[in-house]
Write a protein that binds this ligand. Structure first.
Ligand code: 3PG
Length: 417
């Protein structure tokens, strides 16, 4: 049981400063997935129906990246899903924000819900970044200004709770602090994996593009996981380490491989040496041929990488499926291919389908990976939990604490006594 208080413990009609995580994939400036929004919309509805007035904080992207945009469209998506106007305020703690916060009115309950606003992308705010200790973040002007304008702080952003940023660890140092519904639910499921004993093999399916997080998790999960099934960027990087001529950047392809390989080559070699016999890598890979069709070739036949790999091939799926089906627990993090493109969804979808249909315990994490389930009509009830977290989910699986959760726990201790 977690040592934090939750928003269920609050009396109705409070003024709350709430951190959520609707960080989404962005293409041409537009939000591509509403999966996180859907979960947070339920929380927001619940809080408004308890009469609370909400000033919501969230981030999008990182400075310098194309995904680093304002939250105007996020407010529209949330308003639509919550069924209530959530106005976007283009400021976080400037004059405009303070004015909007002052005007927020709380209510008494379902018949009289509170108001809600969404403040500007917190990563555009001085003091939010970089990662620093909580006591340093608590001293920022950002935290000192907003802390006085609310009755309490609530963190519902489990998926960003591994970042020691002001909106995560600063406010709970100086305010009464509560976990929101998404935070409490994700915490319960994701930490349960580390606490559980399984009566059989534990298999982990790993893919996606955030190779560094994944490799670090493999290093920590040596004693927990019996078999690792790899795909995506990490799959190619392991193939490269085993001596295959793949896992390189192509001149006209994305920069996903060379830097990642350079940074992680020693750890990959070490992991392969320690428990390489329990790590399965793709035996065939899929790419787009000159007619725009899906084509595949065996990894053993590749003499030089000349195409971008978009999925694992059919032989690989045939190798992975029975392992998944015979496991007592399957933990999924990241997609095996570019599942958004139907031509290259086969590997991700079929391995997920096998996991969902098997009798074992199954948790799917990785921001976007769980989106595959609804996108390709897989039966949601086949999965024990679909996490909207990526990095935080991996850390929870390895038993590593999350600074955002620890901050809520410290606040609870202070509040209790
Ligand atoms: C995520 O998408 O994993 C979280 O929102 C954290 O984002 P970050 O990796 O940019 O800190």
């Amino acid at each position: 049981m977690a040592g934090f208080h939750t928003t269920d413990d609050l009396d109705a009609g409070q003024r709350l400063l709430v951190r959520i995580d609707v960080n989404a994939p962005i293409e041409d400036g537009a939000v591509q997935s509403t999966r996180r929004f859907e979960r947070h919309a339920e929380s927001i509805r619940e809080l408004l129906d308890d009469g609370h007035a909400l000033a919501i904080m969230a981030h999008q992207g990182r400075p310098g990246r194309d995904t680093f945009v304002t939250l105007e469209q996020h407010a529209d998506v949330l308003s639509e899903l919550v069924g209530e106007e959530i106005s976007y305020v283009p400021s976080t703690f400037g004059e405009e924000a303070i004015e909007a916060i002052t005007e927020l009115e709380s209510g008494t309950g379902v018949e009289d819900p509170g108001d809600a606003i969404l403040l500007e992308n917190v990563r555009m705010t001085d003091g939010e970044l970089p990662e620093e200790p909580p006591e340093v973040k608590a001293q920022t002007e950002f935290v000192r200004t907003l802390a006085n304008a609310f009755d309490a702080y609530a963190n519902d952003g489990y998926s960003v709770a591994h970042r020691s940023h002001a909106s995560i660890v600063g406010f709970p140092e100086v305010m009464d602090a509560y976990a929101g519904p998404v935070m409490a639910d994700e915490y319960e499921y994701n930490t349960s994996v580390e606490r559980r004993e399984f009566d059989g093999d534990v298999t982990m399916v790993l893919g996606g593009t955030k190779a560094e997080d994944v490799i670090a998790a493999m290093d920590n999960l040596e004693d927990t996981v019996d078999t690792f099934l790899l795909g995506g960027v990490v799959g190619e990087l392991f193939l490269r380490a085993k001596g295959h001529p793949v896992g390189h950047d192509l001149e006209d392809g994305p920069d996903l491989y060379d830097d990642n390989y350079e940074k992680n080559a020693d750890l990959i070699d070490d992991v392969l040496e320690r428990f390489g016999d329990r790590i399965e890598t793709p035996v065939d890979l899929a790419y787009e041929d000159e007619n725009g069709e899906r084509a595949e070739h065996a990894v053993a036949d590749v003499e030089e990488k000349t195409v971008s790999y978009m999925d694992v091939g059919h032989e690989t799926v045939e190798l992975y499926q029975p392992i998944v089906e015979d496991s007592a627990a399957v933990l999924v993090k990241g997609a095996l291919g570019v599942f958004e493109d139907e031509r290259f969804s086969y590997g991700t979808v079929e391995v997920l389908r096998a996991a969902g249909e098997s009798d074992g315990f199954c948790v799917v994490g990785g921001g976007d990976t769980s989106r595959t389930v609804s996108m390709y009509g897989l039966e949601e009830s086949g999965f024990d939990h679909l996490s909207i977290a990526g990095g935080a989910y991996l850390r929870a699986l390895t038993g590593e604490g999350l600074v955002g959760v620890e901050a809520l726990e410290r606040a609870a201790e202070r509040m209790d006594g």
